[in-house]
Structure formats: structure tokens, C-alpha cells
Design a protein around this ligand. Structure first.
Ligand SMILES: *Cc1c(COP(=O)(O)O)cnc(C)c1O
Length: 415
């Protein structure tokens, strides 16, 4: 980045510091991943310059030959990856993907039923301060207080009572397998559309580690940057009969020009995800999560729902006399990056919370395995049991640093 270094030292410095941060911390943010150099190179490519409103072979601008090539590659690879009839790879984000589906199906004031935010759902599933809760009438389902699992009988009860026009399944902090078939049956019973939002678990689905919603859902939305390990962005999948409706709603409905550099990087990520190596990576992500959940349980932490089937877990700190907010801050000082997260039926506000969310996609991308998960669980336990002890925190910081040195990442990025 020698050109940037000369032209804009301030931004250059932030970028180089971010590279150091990503290298030298144990990042356990469940929604993040470290994309490959190929994905990053493509995303930073010259396609950033190109306007290509429309779709391959149906553009509003000249000079779209190569934009057509990369978008077609992305579409065809995604179709193969998920086994779907139609894919739109243009949504700028997961939220944008959900917005297009809602705008295509619903009128303002229509009822939507999604998982409550405090129970693990996403903002865009009807949170009152999100467009999805402002334009539409949101109803929520959640998890059982006793088990921490989605209570499907209760979902059915609410659906029958409220008669939503769409039911959304999918979550941001739910660690268990989601029964898409059960959701689709409930949706049929109340004549609602069924949207499966696989933003978090797309990579697991590709590898066959989580059941696919493909035979059951009317629409599937996803991000491409979480377990899928691609560039930051979204996508929509559906049957051929809805193809035109969805494409028209993304463009010209809610977006203008597509981000061709990002779409090109999506194509690269989809090719990576079609490989055998990607499957074994996902297997290790899930194994590592189980190992970390077990190790933390042995250290006396309560894992919501008792464990995990996926890449993430939610730790309940209620008995630990530390809030989620303070846990996040003190772990940060020790070089361990997590996010505070509400636990189901949390009595603290979302800015404080009683929990933290942990995920294993990034540490697995760095090739860490079960022994390192046990070590990380031990480091977390030391910090959270001694949040005011600078000596302990300093010692953990050093151990984090040497673990990062043992599992290097982005070594060959030129700065
Ligand atoms: C992350 C996430 C999204 C949205 O992703 P953005 O790209 O941040 O808009 C949507 N749905 C679920 C379930 C998510 O976890």
C-alpha cells in the first residue's frame, strides 16, 4: 500500500493498525470471519469503478462485458452451492436482502412474525426501531425459558392467533439447529410465506452440518461474510417462479448500481466454498465450538441451552457478578475480542446485558484446533474471574500474543 501511504498517511495508518489488530488478537465475534487473500484482492479490485445497473446481458450501461462475466459466475456457483433455482447476488447486505423480500411480498402495516431480538433474532426480523418493525406490524416468538430452545408449539400458537403474512426463521445468537421443516409446516397452516434467513449458518449448510431450508422455504436470504467467509454482502435465493419479482425489487426497487467488486469477490468465495477443503473447515468450526462450550462449562460457566450445534455459543454471566458490557471490555484489554449479548429473558438493557456471544469461525480459519479451544476457554475464565487484576490480564495478554504468533494470519499482506 505504498501509494496510499504517501497520499493519505492517516487512512494508511488506520489500515495497517487494523491488520495488526486482526493478527494479534483472538477474535471470537461469531458473525465475523477472515476472508481469503483472493477474496480481499478481488474486493479491492478495479471493478469498484464500474456502474452496471441491471443484470447480466440486461444492463443500462455500456462496457459491462466483464461485469457480466463475474456476476454470472457468482450466480451459477451459488446455484450449485445451495442447490437452488434462482439467486440474486446484488444485495449490499443481509438486511438489504431481507428488505427486498419484505418489499416484494408485503404492504406497510402487514404482519410479520420473527424471532425476538432479545431471544436471538436479528434487527431486520421486526425489531421496533428497525424499518422492519416500523413499516410492518411485528410479532415475535422466542425460546423456552427452561431449555433455551425454540418452542415450536408456541410458534404455531402465535402464528395461528396473529395470522402473519410472513414467518421469518433464522437467528444471530441461537446456538442450536433450526427446524426449517417445522417452520414451513406452521407457515403452510396459516397461509404465510416462509423466509429462512441463514446469514449466520450458510457455511454450515453448505457443508451439510446444518439442515438446508432449500426444500422448505419460499425465500432464503443470507450474508456472504459470516461462516461463508466471503466479502461483506448479501444474497437472496428462491424458486424460479419468484425470480422476476425479487430481481425487480433489488433493482430498481431498493438499490441502484450493484457493487461489482463485491459481487466478483462473492464469486471467488463461492468457488472456495465448493471445495472439499471448505467442508473440512466447517467441520472443524463446529467441533471447535463444541470443545470451547464444554471447556467453559467445566470452568463453571453456564452456556445457554447447555451447549451448541453450530459455530457459536451464548455465555450467561448472571452468576459471575460481571455484566456482558464489562466482560467485553476486560476481555478486550486481554486481547480477546467478543461481543456483549442479551441472553433470553435478560433483565439488563441491551447496552449492558448479562451475556457474551462467542464464535469459532475466525480461530478455525487460523487453523486452531481443540487444544487451543481449551486454552482460550481457560484464558477467558481467568480474565472473567479476575476482572480487576491487572497482573492476570497482562499475563493473559502475553499468552494471547504467543498463541497468535503460533497461528499467523495475513502474513503476506504488503503494507
Ligand atoms: C448478520 C445478520 C443479518 C444482516 O446482516 P448485515 O449484512 O449486517 O445487514 C441478517 N440476518 C441475520 C440472522 C443475521 O445474523
Amino acid at each position: 500500500m505504498q501509494v496510499l501511504k504517501k497520499s493519505d498517511p492517516e487512512v494508511y495508518e488506520a489500515v495497517t493498525k487494523e491488520i495488526e489488530r486482526e493478527r494479534n488478537n483472538i477474535v471470537l465475534i461469531a458473525s465475523e470471519n477472515y476472508a481469503s487473500r483472493s477474496v480481499l484482492e478481488t474486493q479491492g479490485s478495479i471493478f469498484s469503478n464500474k456502474y452496471a445497473e441491471g443484470y447480466p446481458d440486461k444492463r443500462y450501461y455500456g462496457g459491462c462485458d466483464y461485469a457480466d462475466s463475474v456476476e454470472s459466475l457468482a450466480i451459477n456457483r451459488a446455484k450449485e452451492l445451495f442447490g437452488v433455482e434462482h439467486v440474486n447476488v446484488q444485495p449490499h447486505s443481509g438486511t438489504q436482502a431481507n428488505m427486498a423480500v419484505y418489499f416484494a411480498l408485503l404492504k406497510p402495516g402487514d404482519k410479520i412474525l420473527g424471532m425476538g431480538l432479545s431471544n436471538g433474532g436479528h434487527l431486520s426480523h421486526g425489531a421496533p426501531f428497525n424499518f422492519s418493525g416500523i413499516f410492518y406490524k411485528p410479532y415475535v416468538y422466542g425460546v423456552s425459558k427452561k431449555t433455551g430452545l425454540i418452542d415450536y408449539d408456541n410458534v404455531r400458537k402465535i402464528a395461528k392467533k396473529r395470522k402473519p403474512k410472513i414467518i421469518v426463521a433464522g437467528a444471530s445468537s441461537y446456538s442450536r439447529t433450526i427446524d426449517f421443516k417445522a417452520f414451513s409446516e406452521i407457515a403452510k397452516e396459516v397461509k404465510a410465506f416462509f423466509l429462512a434467513d441463514i446469514a449466520h449458518i450458510a457455511g454450515l449448510i453448505v457443508a451439510g452440518l446444518h439442515p438446508s431450508p432449500v426444500p422448505y422455504a419460499d425465500f432464503i436470504t443470507s450474508t456472504t461474510h459470516k461462516t461463508l467467509r466471503g466479502p461483506r454482502g448479501g444474497m437472496i435465493m428462491c424458486g424460479a417462479k419468484y425470480a422476476r419479482m425479487i430481481d425487480k425489487m433489488i433493482f430498481p426497487g431498493i438499490q441502484g448500481g450493484p457493487l461489482i467488486h463485491v459481487i466478483a469477490a462473492k464469486a471467488v468465495a463461492f468457488k472456495e466454498a465448493l471445495s472439499e477443503k471448505f467442508n473440512s473447515y466447517q467441520i472443524r468450526v463446529v467441533k471447535n465450538a463444541k470443545e470451547m462450550a464444554d471447556a467453559l462449562t467445566q470452568k463453571g460457566f453456564r452456556v445457554v441451552s447447555g451447549g451448541t450445534d453450530t459455530h457459536l455459543m451464548l455465555i450467561d454471566l448472571t452468576d459471575k457478578s460481571i455484566t456482558g458490557r464489562d466482560a467485553q471490555a476486560v476481555l478486550d484489554r486481554a486481547g480477546i475480542t467478543v461481543n456483549k449479548n442479551s441472553i433470553p429473558y435478560d433483565d439488563k438493557p441491551a447496552t449492558v446485558t448479562s451475556g457474551i456471544r462467542l464464535g469459532t469461525p475466525i480461530v478455525t480459519t487460523r487453523n486452531m484446533r481443540e487444544p487451543e479451544m481449551v486454552l482460550i476457554a481457560d484464558l477467558i475464565s481467568q480474565v472473567l474471574n479476575n476482572p480487576n487484576d491487572s497482573v492476570v490480564i497482562g499475563r493473559v495478554r502475553e499468552k494471547v500474543r504467543s498463541l497468535c504468533d503460533k497461528f499467523p494470519v495475513y502474513e503476506d499482506i504488503e503494507t
